[in-house]
Design a protein around this ligand. Structure first.
Ligand code: UDX
Length: 428
């Protein structure tokens, strides 16, 4: 099928590449001409495993192209996906001006039946507003609006999209169901058809529930620390219950990224607007914010004063396998260390360029082991698996004092302690 995707950011680009991979003809639209040219040449502005190969392959096969023209894309495509950013505003609500702008622009180009699909994460009832906007700017437009939220995780976005657990399709009219099923049949996943509002809610409710699992296990980790229990054993024991599941029960310095912090506060906000005070999610946010502070407190308790202390930091991205530093807890911790006068040397396999802009006071080093040179303490802040086999013994020798704070429970406590580290992690 001929498909258009408006917005070639994270979601739009991965979605477009995967749709092309299963045989659809996809036009990706972006208003940044330079970006469009470089994408057409196969240059990907983000680090995402497998994406570059997919884009190059499908551009070469003629199934994937990039343009700045919404008009051309709307004319050529029966289904138009909106995948533009929905950034947070200072009051916790979502800025929907990009979605609204695309709806207006798409509207004026519609000449025959089109399906407009919202892929961006939006508050419930946004689809209704998109439909109203299109009708206002083109009263004769024959359209259906669909909500089709994405559930991809950065770092495994291609795999998540190619092998989804489920596809959620929220429709306002039955006419849109068959074309949507046709698009997704090649992905061999259950397709769940709902009404528009339910589909929008599924996304916010799912992300909030995952964040709730993380805050829950982080709260239990605090009890483990106070009682001498081990959070990993507790999480394994809980997670073995199929009704609970082990995923997203990894204790750490808290969740970050471009989705969870934004989506949870947007969900709290929209709930309030609809007359429900979502105290449970407010507590999820509070526990999450507290997690970084609890971690910093442990560092302060060991080092006493942070001023002029040399601190080596491993990991800056908001999680492993990505170069994304948006709302990264690691960055927030480094900012705090620098504010308190510490001298920070940091390393991340992919995120150093983006991180440097946010933490200009930190010195980036070329190799992970270099953060140990003369360090009073090491802080592991991102769950990159490649940190596990670092030459810890050699690193310890380079340090002033062998303090190691593992904010992601990535390393084996017994092994690190056997090497002579004073090793501290979360809840174990
Ligand atoms: C998330 C959702 O998983 C995805 O379905 C949605 O489409 C977008 O938001 P993403 O932000 O890429 O994806 O990252 P995710 O893997 O969910 O991790 C989010 C944060 O939670 C990271 O900071 C991660 O380190 C943290 N996390 C995750 C934990 O602290 N513990 C866990 O057990 C899992």
């Amino acid at each position: 099928m001929n498909l258009a995707i408006v917005g070639s950011g994270y979601v739009g680009l991965v979605t477009g590449a995967c749709f092309a991979e299963v045989g659809h003809t996809v036009i990706c639209v972006d208003n940044d001409l330079k970006k469009v040219h470089s994408l057409q040449d196969g240059h990907i502005p983000i680090y995402e495993p497998g994406l570059e190969e997919l884009v190059k392959k499908n551009v070469a096969a003629g199934r994937l192209s990039f343009t700045t023209s919404i008009g051309d894309a709307v004319e050529a495509s029966k289904v138009i996906f909106i995948a533009v950013p929905t950034p947070p505003q200072p009051d916790g609500s979502v800025d929907l001006s990009f979605v609204e702008g695309v709806a207006r622009e798409v509207a004026v180009h519609i000449k025959e039946y089109r399906i407009i699909v919202d892929k961006s994460t939006v508050p419930v009832k946004t689809g209704e507003k998109v439909a109203q906007t299109i009708s206002r700017y083109n009263p004769s437009a024959d359209i259906d609006v669909v909500s089709n939220p994405e559930f991809l995780r950065e770092g495994s976005a291609v795999e998540d999209l190619m092998k989804p657990d489920r596809i959620v399709v929220g429709v306002s009219s039955d006419r849109a169901i068959e074309p949507m099923k046709e698009i997704y049949t090649p992905f061999n996943a259950p397709i769940m058809v709902t009404d528009l509002n339910s589909a929008e809610l599924i996304k916010h409710a799912a992300n909030s529930f995952l964040a709730l699992k993380i805050s829950y296990i982080n709260a239990v980790a605090a009890i483990c620390e106070a009682s001498g229990a081990n959070i990993e054993r507790v999480a394994d024991g809980m997670g073995a219950d199929k009704r609970i599941g082990r995923a997203f029960l990894n204790a750490g310095i808290g969740y970050g990224g471009s989705c969870f912090p934004k989506d949870i506060s947007a969900f709290i906000r929209i709930s309030r607007e609809l007359g429900y005070q979502f105290h449970l999610l407010e507590e999820v946010e509070r526990i999450n914010a507290d997690q970084a502070q609890r971690f910093l407190k442990k560092v302060r308790e060991s080092l006493w004063v942070l001023r002029h202390k040399k601190i080596g930091v491993l990991g800056l991205a908001f999680k492993g396998n990505t170069d994304d530093v948006r709302s990264s807890v690691a960055i927030a911790i480094v900012q705090q260390l620098i504010a308190e006068g510490a001298e920070v040397k940091a390393y991340d396999p992919k995120a150093m360029d983006k991180a440097q802009l946010l933490i200009p006071g930190a010195k980036m080093v070329e190799k992970a082991e270099d953060v140990a040179e003369g360090a009073d303490a090491l802080l592991l802040l991102t769950e990159w698996t490649e940190f596990k086999p670092l030459p810890w013994q050699a690193m310890k020798k380079k340090m002033l004092s062998p303090l190691l704070f593992d904010g992601r429970n990535l390393l084996n406590p017994e092994e690190l302690r056997a090497l002579g580290f004073t090793y501290t992690s979360i809840g174990r």
